[in-house]
Design a protein around this ligand. Sequence first.
Ligand SMILES: C[S@@+](CC[C@H](N)C(=O)[O-])C[C@H]1O[C@@H](n2cnc3c(N)ncnc32)[C@H](O)[C@@H]1O
Length: 274
Amino acid sequence: MASSRTLGTFRLPPLPTIREIIKLFRLQAVKQLSQNFLLDLRLTDKIVRKAGNLTNAYVYEVGPGPGGITRSILNAGVAELLVVEKDSRFIPGLQMLSDAAPGKLRIIHGDVLTFKIERAFPESLKRQWEDDPPNVHIIGNLPFSVSTPLIIKWLENVSQRNGPFAYGRTRMMLTFQKEVAERLTATTGSKQRSRLSIMAQYLCNVQHILTIPGQAFVPKPETGCAEDHAGDQQQHGRNDPKVDGSSRLVFVALWNRRVQKVCYDLLCVPHSRY
Ligand SMILES: C[S@@+](CC[C@H](N)C(=O)[O-])C[C@H]1O[C@@H](n2cnc3c(N)ncnc32)[C@H](O)[C@@H]1O
């Protein structure tokens, strides 16, 4: 195994740009899979830097798509990056990245909602809940269509200390449409305060990290993509004709707290009611 110094200084060799990869493999975005890509590697580098020091880390990326964030994670000197992508069209482009970073990128063609990450990384990474967090991180520009069910599933996993949290207090850096991010971070008394705010903040320290304008994505997200949002409006009885959840996405970091008690009752509510 390479020394930590070598791992920390790894850089990918020159590669086709993400735009060229999209052209080469004809990767037009598919609306049903909430595909909105980040092509600017300076932006993806910035996002990945916000996840903290990833030197020698084990990282789980959700929905790598054409691989912008994936490249930035690999350049951060990780020990291993495991990506789970549902759309098979992206696999050849990711394979190209894997060839450029031998032994570092593991590609799973699968569904993040069912993939079992708890067995994917070495047992030796596991930490007690009360210890410092393990060197395991989750990063993802999440597809809108799965972001709410996924975060609810993961909060349930946090409360039960299983799934990605079988390693300990695994940290997460994830995108959400603006409205969901506002609910995740809403403080007591604010208009956006909801079950999701209470659950997330009971279990984790939740931080708004970065707002990304819609123009940074290709294609720019549309209102129709925000499937979660419809359920949200129903739940809160809001009738706001101008929904801008589509135009901005927000990266939110969730740092699991050392809470002792679980709040399982809250987690049993179907996701459409958060
Ligand atoms: C918003 S795009 C982000 C792509 C890329 N990470 C970026 O930032 O440019 C979401 C990605 O998640 C993938 N995806 C959608 N549903 C998924 C699922 N259930 N499991 C795994 N990947 C999924 C899509 O195919 C797409 O590549």
